[in-house]
Write a protein that binds this ligand. Structure first.
Ligand code: ADP
Ligand code: TRP
Length: 357
């Protein structure tokens, strides 16, 4: 019976869940390599990548390399909604790629590319935008948040979630690891996939968000979500005095050292816990609860932990950036691989909607 399974997987939407059900029925070993999950996520090259990006998305993505069909890309078209500076965007794209590679992403074990190198995504965006209900897009809070932070209100910024849906649906991704801030955008992608499938026939896999509870929102220096657009970040590769300046700037309250404090509402503790060993974290937690937690010392300890954690990757990044041509080669090869998948989906979509005559 299972000789037909790969065929079944390719043609049916929602395939992983259905395969799961079949495996259960037949009591088949889940480790047998019948279906490899497609995992996809992207990151904007709109500024230096930070520890929120690392814990919220990059680390998870890199860990999926072993077990999944992995798609990782730099979303430069999305970044255009907030960056209108040629040098900054182009250099940011190379740097973001170097960051991923330095942190351990192996381009031979995944598909790694730059969004705009696969132009099919723009065509799919348009097609999806013709079925995207205004109300659905108007409800997206990230548009309002960004405008409130001073990013110019443009049509591109407004329709950002439709481009993101196209990113995901074009590659028929099963799972999308993101931070919690992207959950609503994932819901838009799911809604549009379902709506399209209903209107034009089964075409898209309906993607699932994968949000790690523990690191769903890494706080920034000011306690809001750490974000490139909010200027409150600790960049992954910062070092020396610059890193010290950022870490010392983490906002804390004025509770005296000897007083008990709530660790879970403390911005500094919530960043510290991402880097400390479980034993050390417990000790520091006890200091918070019982009195004796000195913010200044904890910050200095955090500074060392961050420096050490990324020391190797920092060296690797410098080597990569010394030869930007090799980064471009990797990305161009990745785009060829990505495009092979993209054209298959787009061809099917064009046919379904009547753009093939
Ligand atoms: P930024 O808000 O800094 O511009 P992006 O929007 O490019 O970051 O996010 C890239 C990825 O990193 C997304 O998956 C996003 O959910 C995740 N991410 C960004 N900031 C955080 C954060 N503070 N905590 C957890 N994950 C984050
Ligand atoms: N909007 C995402 C962010 O700001 C980036 C992104 C664009 C993305 N396309 C995507 C994430 C597709 C996951 C899948 O973080």
């Amino acid at each position: 019976m299972f000789s037909t399974l790969p065929f079944f997987c390719d043609l049916r939407y929602g395939a992983p869940r259905m395969v799961g059900m079949l495996l259960e029925l037949e009591n088949i070993n889940l480790n047998s390599n019948l279906y490899t999950m497609k995992i996809l996520s992207g990151i904007q090259p709109s500024g230096q990548l930070h520890i929120g990006n690392y814990f919220g998305m990059m680390k998870t993505m890199i860990s999926h390399m072993e077990t999944s069909e992995l798609y990782v890309f730099i979303v430069d078209l999305h970044a255009l909604t907030s960056v209108h500076d040629r040098e900054r965007l182009a250099q940011g794209t190379l740097e973001a790629a170097a960051d991923f590679l330095a942190l351990g992403l192996d381009p031979d074990r995944c598909t790694f590319w730059v969004q705009s190198d696969v132009p099919e995504v723009c065509e799919l965006t348009w097609i999806l935008s013709t079925i995207a209900p205004m109300g659905l897009i108007e409800r997206c809070h990230s548009y309002k948040d960004k405008v409130a932070k001073g990013i110019a209100a443009s049509h591109g910024l407004f329709s950002y979630p439709v481009l993101m849906a196209a990113d995901i649906l074009l590659y028929q991704a099963d799972q999308v690891p993101v931070g919690k801030d992207q959950k609503q955008h994932l819901e838009v992608a799911r809604d549009l996939a379902q709506k399209f499938n209903l209107e034009f026939g089964e075409t898209f896999v309906v993607p699932e968000p994968a949000i790690s509870q523990e690191t769903s929102i890494v706080p920034g220096l000011d306690g809001q979500k750490m974000s490139k657009s909010y200027g409150n970040t600790i960049p992954i590769f910062l070092e020396g005095k610059q890193l010290k300046k950022r870490v010392m700037a983490i906002e804390t309250d004025a509770t005296p050292v000897e007083d008990p404090k709530n660790p879970d509402t403390c911005n500094l503790y919530n960043i510290f816990k991402l880097f400390a060993s479980p034993e050390r974290l417990q000790e520091v937690r006890n200091l918070y609860l019982n009195g004796g937690a000195a913010y200044g010392y904890i910050k200095l300890e955090l500074l060392d932990l961050i420096s050490e954690r990324f020391a190797e990757a920092r060296k690797k990044k410098a080597e990569l950036l010394a030869d930007p041509g090799s980064i471009r080669d990797i990305l161009h090869k990745g785009a060829i691989k990505a495009r092979e998948k993209a054209v298959v989906t787009l061809d099917m979509v064009r046919d379904r909607v009547g753009l093939k005559y």
